[in-house]
Design a protein. Structure first.
Length: 144
């Protein structure tokens, strides 16, 4: 069962302010890797993160459903960090998009909610140490 700790939620949600941005690592259907720094990552509950993708209304195909990706977080000063294996869903409009924009704005992570963007929801399926030791797994493991 996945249960993000309070420490995980707090450190990741404050990654932008601490100067320790998250990294999203993906691969497209041909296996071409890609990674991006994300400064708007926010934990919304015990198993979910959200962020805003500003690459435009059409985010990278590597995060489109049913993408598998890794979100990497490391806080250098506190010597804390984790790998989160996730699946993603992308929302370009509608209630989930609006809720995500409002949450990120309220958290001070975005100041320009009018910019054309997408909200990406990351459902965490596995949490690992930075060295690959499994800390938590979901009830329904997915094939990695």
């Amino acid at each position: 069962m996945i249960n993000l700790t309070e420490e995980m939620r707090e450190l990741v949600s404050n990654s932008r302010f601490s100067g320790n941005p998250c990294v999203i690592a993906t691969a497209d259907t041909d296996g071409t890797p890609n990674c991006s720094y994300i400064g708007t990552m926010l934990a919304t509950d015990e198993k979910t993160f959200i962020y805003r993708d500003r690459s435009g209304i059409v985010p990278s195909e590597t995060i489109e459903e049913p993408a598998k990706l890794v979100m990497l977080f490391r806080h250098a000063q506190q010597q804390k960090g984790w790998k989160f294996r996730c699946t993603s869903t992308v929302h370009r409009h509608g209630p989930i998009y609006e809720d995500g924009i409002n949450r990120l704005t309220d958290a001070g992570l975005i100041t320009d909610p009018e910019i054309e963007s997408s909200i990406v929801i990351l459902n965490v399926h596995q949490i690992l140490t930075l060295f690959g030791e499994v800390l938590q797994e979901g009830n329904s493991p997915i094939n990695w």
